[in-house]
Design a protein around this ligand. Structure first.
Ligand code: HEC
Ligand code: HEC
Length: 335
């Protein structure tokens, strides 16, 4: 009787020691997700956030009258559209896949190639995007907004110091402010805070492998990515495995520097299991396949089925909770 109790105790303390060392390893790579993603150039106020959320759903500023940010980043699909490549005004195809807007504000830059400085810069330039809103000019967007009386007072409330508050920069600031609140904490954050039981044994095994195999050398920080640029296809060309229909040269086309050939921003992995398809061109639908490809082309490793399974279950622990502020729809001004 006593012997059994002793063994049980020994076992518990062994697994406890394992948990503690995994926790301290994990803390070397990852951080708890912040509640909001603040900015020095855009203070977050309830008025701005409220307006930004409305503008996110606004279609009247698009050339076809049917395109809003939410068309390509619907909340129900965790801020992505489920398409390989997004479709904007008059169903025009975009060159790349739409990443999620959740937690996006916490990255070093925006877009796959990092060619947008921050969420404000992204929102502003998006309205002129030929494949997105297709608006002919910023002035055109400003006039559309000014013609809706409800917005004139909402912009005034959100930017009380501005003489002429309905302008494109304030449009961008309001949307950016809302995006800066889209934080989706998950069980992994509970784990990082020290609640080692927040993850299952399988998820812990996956976390351990994610670190030891080398994924965490690129996918780290609070978002497990979004904080560096890396070549896609270090060991072999990516298209050999993704079967991409066209070959995107990545940041090279932005900077024209040889060392940026096939370089992309390392995507964040928060909610990744809920945001297929994968990679900059949406070429891979299955997350397990995407994990295996990463092992192959980024690390030169042929991951076993068990490794892929374990990492997959760890990645699912990054599925976040959506606050009511995120899920409820705003009512837009009619006129
Ligand atoms: C036609 C579909 C479409 C519309 C409309 C659209 N987006 Fe996107 N969004 C995309 C695509 C595609 C990308 C990736 C572009 C790239 O990397 O080249 C993207 C990228 C982003 C990113 C960068 C995420 C990251 O991880 O880098 C943010 C943030 C974002 N969009 C927010 C918005 C906001 C805010 C609006 C409205 C002002 C908007 N989008 C309108 C399709 C769209
Ligand atoms: C050397 C850096 C590096 C390493 C190591 C690395 N990745 Fe990546 N990862 C990237 C880059 C860059 C991309 C973007 C590829 C593209 O352009 O689509 C990416 C994309 C992904 C994606 C697709 C995300 C999405 O939203 O489309 C997943 C999933 C992923 N990595 C998981 C892993 C896993 C699991 C490992 C370990 C087996 C790993 N990565 C190792 C750099 C890396």
């Amino acid at each position: 009787m006593r012997k059994i109790a002793f063994f049980v105790l020994l076992n518990i303390s062994f697994s406890f020691a394992g948990d503690v060392s995994l926790l301290s390893k994990a803390r070397n790579y990852f951080d708890v997700l912040p509640e909001v993603f603040p900015s020095d150039n855009n203070t977050l106020t309830p008025e701005k956030i409220k307006l930004g959320k409305m503008l996110f759903y606004e279609k009247r500023i698009s050339i076809d009258g049917t395109t809003s940010c939410a068309k390509c980043h619907p909340i129900t699909l965790y801020g992505t559209d489920g398409l390989e490549k997004s479709r904007g005004n008059f169903s025009k195809e975009n060159p790349r896949n739409a990443p999620t807007i959740f937690n996006a504000a916490g990255q070093i830059s925006q877009h796959w190639r990092g060619d947008r400085k921050d969420v404000e810069d992204q929102a502003k330039r998006s309205v002129l995007g030929k494949g997105s809103f297709g608006a002919p000019s910023y002035q055109w967007v400003e006039e559309k907004l000014r013609s809706i009386k409800g917005y004139v007072s909402l912009f005034k409330e959100a930017f009380p110091e501005d003489k002429n508050p309905v302008n494109i920069d304030n449009f961008a600031k309001a949307i950016g402010a809302w995006e800066r609140t889209l934080s989706t904490p998950s069980r992994f954050d509970e784990f990082l805070k020290g609640h080692v039981d927040a993850l299952t044994e399988k998820e812990k095994r996956g976390l351990d492998k994610f670190i030891s195999i080398g994924c965490a050398s690129c996918h780290n920080g609070a978002l497990l990515g979004g904080n560096s640029y890396q070549k896609f296809g270090i060991y072999e060309p990516y298209w050999k495995y993704t079967k991409s229909k066209s070959i995107d040269k990545g940041r090279y086309n932005v900077t024209k520097k040889k060392e940026d050939m096939y370089v992309f921003k390392v995507p964040q992995l928060r909610n990744v299991a809920l945001t297929p398809p994968y990679f900059h061109d949406g070429s891979v639908k299955d997350l397990k396949k995407a994990i295996w490809i990463m092992g192959k082309v980024q690390l030169g490793k042929d991951l076993s089925k068990q490794d892929v399974e374990d990492i997959y279950s760890f990645l699912k622990s990054l599925n976040g909770r959506l606050s009511e502020d995120i899920t409820t729809l705003p009512t837009l001004p009619i006129e």
